[in-house]
Design a protein around this ligand. Structure first.
Ligand SMILES: [Zn+2]
Length: 128
C-alpha cells in the first residue's frame, strides 16, 4: 500500500524496465533538475508531456510546422497568413517574423516534440 497522499498504478514489467533504464541513464542530469527518484522522474515527465500537449493543442490549428533543419524552424502562421521563421541565435530562439524572443511562434516551436529534442540537446529552454 502506498503511503498517505500517494496512489499507485500498475504497469507491465516491460514498460517499467524501459523507463527505469532511461531514468538510470539520465540520473545525473535529472538531479540537476531536482528530480531525485524514479517516481519523481515519472511525475516530471508526465507533467512535461501534458504541458506540451496543451500548448500544442492551443496553437495547432493556427500554426503549422513546415520544416525543421539545423538551426531553423519554418512555420506557417494561418492567422496572419505569413511564414514565420524561428532561428537559434546565440543559444536562444528568435522569431524573424515578430523580431522577438518570446512570441506565439516560439511557444509553438517548444511544443513540437522533435524540435524540443534538438533544443534540449543544445541546452535551450523555454523562457518562463
Ligand atoms: Zn513570432
Amino acid at each position: 500500500m502506498p503511503k498517505d497522499g500517494f496512489k499507485s498504478i500498475t504497469v507491465s514489467e516491460t514498460v517499467y524496465d524501459k523507463f527505469f533504464d532511461v531514468y538510470q541513464k539520465s540520473k545525473e542530469e535529472l538531479l540537476m533538475k531536482g528530480v531525485n527518484s524514479f517516481s519523481g522522474y515519472i511525475t516530471y515527465m508526465l507533467e512535461e508531456t501534458v504541458q506540451k500537449d496543451k500548448t500544442f493543442a492551443r496553437y495547432a490549428p493556427k500554426l503549422e510546422k513546415i520544416s525543421v533543419d539545423g538551426d531553423r524552424v519554418v512555420l506557417k502562421d494561418n492567422i496572419k497568413n505569413r511564414i514565420a521563421e524561428v532561428t537559434i541565435q546565440r543559444g536562444e530562439l528568435f522569431c524573424q517574423l515578430c523580431e522577438k524572443k518570446d512570441c506565439f511562434h516560439i511557444g509553438f516551436v517548444f511544443s513540437l516534440p522533435d524540435v524540443y529534442e534538438i533544443l534540449s540537446a543544445k541546452g535551450i529552454r523555454h523562457p518562463k
